[in-house]
Design a binder for this molecule. Structure first.
Ligand SMILES: [Zn+2]
Length: 188
C-alpha cells in the first residue's frame, strides 16, 4: 500500500531529514496537538470548539472556570529574540489586529525550536501583535519571561476548587505556596 505523503516513520537505518512537515497548516495542527496533550496531561479538560469562527483554538476547563486559549507559534528570530506573531485578520481584510479580552483569555505561544511554551494572559500583551521571547536566555528580563511555562496561571483558585487531578501549582495569590498572581485574579 502506498504511504500517505507527509508520513515519516524513522527506521534504524535512516534518520528523517526534516523534523517538521513543512506545511504551515500541518505545523499548526501539530502544535495544537502538543498543547492539547500538555494541558490534558496536567489534568485540565480540553475542548475544541466546533468550526473555525472563534478567535480561540481551545477551551480549557480548570473546574472552577473556563479559559479561551489561542495557540500561536514561532520558529524564527528577530535580533536576539524569538518572534511569535499574535494577530488575526478581519474576514476579507488585510489589516492585522490584536486579540482582545472580549475574544480570548490566554495566548499559548510555542517557540518551536526550543519546545518552550509561554502562557500569556491577553491583557498582558494586547494591543501588541508581535511578541519577542527569550527562552534561550535564562534569567532574561523580557516582559513575557514571567509567563514562560506558566501553566499555573490556568489554575486560579478564585471562584472555587480546581478540577480534581490538576497537578500544576495554583497560580493565584490565594495560594500561599506560589505567591504569584494569575489572570483570574490580577486584572479584576
Ligand atoms: Zn487567581
Amino acid at each position: 500500500m502506498k504511504q500517505k505523503p507527509g508520513i515519516r516513520v524513522p527506521t534504524p537505518t535512516a534518520t528523517p531529514k526534516k523534523l517538521f512537515v513543512r506545511n504551515t497548516k500541518r505545523c499548526g495542527e501539530l502544535i495544537e496537538i502538543a498543547f492539547l496533550h500538555k494541558a490534558a496531561d496536567m489534568g485540565f479538560a480540553v475542548t475544541k470548539p466546533y468550526g473555525d469562527s472563534e478567535a480561540y483554538d481551545f477551551i480549557v476547563d480548570a473546574g472552577n472556570r473556563l479559559w479561551r486559549v489561542q495557540v500561536k507559534s514561532g520558529s524564527s528570530m528577530v535580533g536576539q529574540a524569538y518572534n511569535v506573531v499574535a494577530h488575526h485578520h478581519r474576514i476579507g481584510k488585510k489589516t492585522k489586529i490584536s486579540y482582545t479580552p472580549e475574544q480570548i483569555d490566554i495566548l499559548a505561544a510555542y517557540v518551536v525550536p526550543l519546545k518552550v511554551w509561554y502562557i500569556i494572559p491577553v491583557r498582558a500583551f494586547t494591543p501588541h501583535i508581535a511578541l519577542f521571547l527569550f527562552p534561550h536566555l535564562p534569567g532574561h528580563n523580557g516582559k513575557y519571561e514571567q509567563f514562560r511555562e506558566a501553566w499555573h496561571l490556568l489554575a486560579c483558585l478564585r471562584g472555587g476548587e480546581l478540577k480534581e487531578g490538576i497537578v500544576t501549582v495554583p497560580g493565584c495569590a490565594y495560594c500561599p505556596a506560589s505567591g504569584k498572581v494569575c489572570p483570574g485574579c490580577v486584572w479584576k
